[in-house]
Design a protein around this ligand. Structure first.
Ligand code: HEM
Length: 177
C-alpha cells in the first residue's frame, strides 16, 4: 500500500479524464435525437465508445485506489461528513462501472454493434424492444443519479476550497502542496 499525502499524477489524470468523458457521454446520450438522422449511427457509436473508455479507466482507477491510501481529510471534518464522502465516492465508483455495463446490452439488443474504426463488433442479438426498452430506462436513471452525485461531489470540493479554504480541491489538481 502506497502512503499518500497528495494524489499522484496517475490518480489526477484518471480523475479528470473520467470526469470529462462522463460529461461527454451524458451530453451525447441526452442529445441523440437532436442530431440529423444520418448521423445517428455515428453519434450512438461515439457515445458507446466514450462510455466504454469510462468503464476501462474506472477499473484502472479502482485498481489505483486499492493499491494506495488517499490523502487524509482536514482534521476538522466531522465523522458524519467523512462517512458521507466515503459513501458518495463508493457509489460514484459503482455507477461509473454499472452504467457502461448496462449500456452494452442496451446497445446490442438494439441490434447495433460497436465500430472501433479499425475493426467492428456486430451484435449477436436481434433488435428486441421488450429488452432494450427497460434497459435504456435503467441506464438513463442510473446516469441521472451519477450526474446528481457528481454535482454534489463537485459542490463539496468547491465548498472546501472557497468557504473552508483548505486544500481538499487542490489535492486533486497538483501533486504537491
Ligand atoms: C458513463 C457512461 C455513460 C453515460 C453517462 C451514459 C448516459 C446515457 C444517457 C443519459 C442516455 C439517454 C437515455 C435516453 O434518453 O433514453 C443514454 C443512452 C444510450 N446509451 Fe449510454 N451512457 C454511458 C455509457 C454507455 C455505453 C458504454 C454504452 C454501450 C456500449 C451505451 C449505450 C447507450 C445506448 C444504446 C443508448 C440509447 C441510444 C438511443 O436512444 O438510440 N451507453 N446513455
Amino acid at each position: 500500500m502506497v502512503q499518500a499525502v497528495h494524489f499522484d499524477t496517475v490518480a489526477i489524470f484518471l480523475h479528470w479524464t473520467i470526469a470529462a468523458l462522463i460529461v461527454i457521454a451524458f451530453s451525447l446520450g441526452l442529445t441523440l435525437d437532436a442530431f440529423p438522422k444520418a448521423w445517428e449511427h455515428a453519434v450512438v457509436n461515439i457515445h458507446a465508445l466514450t462510455g466504454i473508455a469510462v468503464l476501462l479507466l474506472s477499473f484502472a482507477r479502482l485498481g489505483w485506489r486499492l493499491g494506495h491510501t488517499v490523502p487524509p481529510m482536514p482534521p476538522e471534518v466531522g465523522p458524519l461528513m467523512r462517512r458521507a464522502a466515503a459513501v458518495t465516492h463508493a457509489v460514484l465508483y459503482l455507477l461509473m462501472i454499472l452504467i457502461p455495463l448496462i449500456g452494452i446490452p442496451t446497445l446490442l439488443f438494439r441490434g447495433r454493434g460497436l465500430d472501433f474504426g479499425i475493426f467492428q463488433i456486430g451484435s449477436p442479438f436481434a433488435r428486441t424492444r421488450e429488452i432494450y426498452g427497460p434497459l435504456t430506462e435503467v441506464h438513463e436513471l442510473a446516469a441521472y443519479a451519477l450526474i446528481a452525485l457528481a454535482v454534489g461531489h463537485a459542490l463539496a470540493a468547491l465548498y472546501h476550497h472557497f468557504i473552508r479554504r483548505d486544500d481538499v480541491l487542490l489535492q486533486m489538481l497538483r501533486t504537491r502542496a
